[in-house]
Design a protein around this ligand. Structure first.
Ligand SMILES: Cc1ncc(COP(=O)(O)O)c(C=O)c1O
Length: 300
């Protein structure tokens, strides 16, 4: 099995070794409980995009899970030095860098053991850009009830709900499953995608749902606010009903891998109105261009 894994160097607890040889204990709480967090960070031309923002989210998540700061990694510079070694060792110039931190290795017990040393695993894979055809035509998505837990704000390695939701899309040759949740005040309300944030365009404004315990605050959430400011596009986070989504002028996804991406079909229905129905729209096009500029300007 391991022979099918690439031999690209990765970093396990500070040691650089081939991916096929990196091993963690069966008692690692990441394996036993999914007790860990992660970051997926795009790297363009070997420069890391929005590194500080990703590291700030990692620190917030460590805090939320009451996990210790891993040894020797107290400052963003310490992380940068570690991840740069992995980035340098990956043959591809454009990469997706993963940082995975689990609570560490201990005898099985739900209660969090005191004083554990977290396991830190860093790997970087070749970046898989959105295929040209999907960029050009937009992608099809399906929708589903958001059946995940109520802490979607944590970027947890416990991704079973997200995996199931993503597979529902894959089974229908769709790019993503867009999730809706019933709320105290009506609904269903838009939460997010299985591995993306979801946006609508309404009367020229980019609208996303509020960042609460049902939604991961993607690094692109703040980035899109900045890009909207630069482009003079109104931007607002507010509850978005399923009806709002189905009536949207444009529908967009954002994530580290997809950057921003137009959704042109939802549950088999074309998105948008008039001549632009079923086509990527003008707000998408402007944000995509602005995103490409930001990649060049905001990578370290
Ligand atoms: C559930 C979920 N929501 C949103 C996002 C978008 O976050 P980011 O912009 O940091 O990639 C992701 C990440 O891929 C995700 O897995």
């Amino acid at each position: 099995m391991s022979s099918t894994l690439p031999d690209t160097p990765c970093d396990l607890n500070g040691e650089l070794l081939p991916l096929s040889q990196a091993k963690v204990s069966v008692l690692d709480r990441g394996f036993i409980f999914g007790d860990g967090i992660y970051e997926a960070i795009p790297v363009y031309g070997r420069r890391i995009f929005r590194f500080d923002e990703h590291m700030a989210r990692l620190a917030r998540n460590l805090d939320k899970l009451r996990m210790a700061t891993p040894a020797g990694l107290a400052r963003p510079e310490d992380w940068l030095e570690r991840v740069r070694r992995v980035v340098a060792a990956q043959p591809a110039d454009d990469q997706m860098l993963y940082i995975q931190v689990t609570r560490g290795v201990a005898m099985r017990d739900h209660v969090m053991p005191i004083g554990l040393e977290p396991t830190v695993f860093i790997m970087s894979n070749p970046f898989k850009p959105v295929p040209a055809e999907a960029r050009h035509q937009g992608v099809a998505c399906i929708s589903a009830r958001d059946f995940r837990w109520e802490r979607g704000d944590i970027k947890s390695t416990s991704l079973l709900g997200n995996v199931l939701a993503r597979q529902m899309a894959a089974d229908q040759d769709a790019a993503e499953t867009i999730l809706f949740r019933e709320g105290a005040h009506g609904g269903p309300w838009l939460t997010e995608g299985s591995s993306s944030n979801v946006w609508i365009v309404h009367e020229g404004a980019l609208l996303g749902p509020p960042m609460n315990e049902h939604v991961l605050e993607g690094i692109r959430v703040a980035l899109l606010r900045e890009l909207c400011e630069e482009e003079g596009i109104a931007y607002n986070l507010r509850p978005i009903s399923e009806a709002d989504v189905r009536a949207a002028d444009e529908l967009l996804l954002s994530s580290s891998g997809r950057e921003v991406l137009a959704v042109t079909k939802l549950d088999g229905d074309l998105v948008g109105h008039g001549a632009l129905r079923g086509k990527p729209g003008p707000v998408y096009a402007r944000l995509y261009e602005a995103y490409q500029r930001a990649k060049r300007e905001q990578s370290v």
